[in-house]
Design a binder for this molecule. Structure first.
Ligand SMILES: [Zn+2]
Length: 249
């Protein structure tokens, strides 16, 4: 069995048999993997509380050839993100981030850019618990997976948006549609110019910079609606943590 070492974030966990746990990780080098933590539920387990949701650590695991379930050899904690676990809203937002990142790639498929985005977002969420962070994460993630690429021109008539335009986002077309072309993209959701400006600025700057961009409350609601429709369309299902998030917010 080949042995791998990689930075990894715990993105879930469920029980196996009487004493073991299966832990899904988002790893930096090898993407999403699942591995068994032998004896993790025993009182004197060598894992202690290290394999909890959100924990960032250095993972050493044995790869099982021809199988998708591997075996953890060692997991040393780098950052437990404890601040996300003692506050229900941070917990729900963090759960949403890891679920969204996990849903964006297939098991065994690697994507370092998404790993780094998730790591940065969890780090920022401890300090800045606010909706702009979630919206920035969503738009950057969608961009990485190759969706919602057009935010400057109408995808139907190709014209650039002028001042006073009333644009919308079409989930099936994956980007902007102008008001003249709305009838050709009936699934479109209106987006305000301010919300659109925020999305564009997030794509030019980083996650942290987006927290400094002012955004009025109606725009936050508007963006949440637009991105939720796009995410539901792209991922083909409502994510489980969305329901939890709506309950808490
Ligand atoms: Zn148009």
């Amino acid at each position: 069995m080949p042995l791998h070492t990689t930075e990894a974030i715990v993105i879930g966990g469920y029980n196996l048999g009487e004493a073991d746990r299966i832990i899904p990780f988002f790893t930096r080098r090898l993407g999403k993997i699942r591995a068994v933590a032998k004896g993790a539920r025993r009182v004197r387990s060598r894992y202690g509380g290290t394999l909890e949701l959100f924990t960032l650590g250095q993972l050493v695991f044995f790869e099982s050839p021809h199988r998708t379930l591997h075996k953890i050899n060692e997991f040393s904690v780098v950052e437990p993100f404890a601040g996300l676990k003692d506050d229900l809203r941070r917990l729900s937002r963090g759960a949403y981030l890891v679920e969204l990142a996990g849903a964006s790639i297939e098991e065994g498929e690697s994507n370092e850019e998404i790993f780094l985005l998730l790591r940065d977002a969890l780090t920022l969420l401890v300090l800045h618990d606010e909706p702009r962070l979630l919206r920035s994460f969503e738009i950057r993630l969608l961009r990485i997976v190759g969706y919602l690429l057009e935010l400057y021109r109408c995808l139907v008539c190709q014209s650039a948006l002028g001042p006073g335009a009333e644009p919308a986002i079409s989930p099936t077309r994956g980007g902007l549609v102008c008001s003249t072309c709305l009838s050709r993209a009936p699934d479109s959701v209106p987006i305000s110019l301010e919300s659109l400006g925020f999305l564009r600025s997030v794509l030019h700057g980083g996650l942290e910079q987006s927290l400094a961009v002012p955004l009025a409350d109606p725009c936050i609601t508007n963006l949440q609606e637009v991105l939720r429709v796009c995410i539901t369309h792209f991922f083909g299902k409502r994510l489980r943590s969305v329901a939890f998030l709506s309950l808490v917010e």
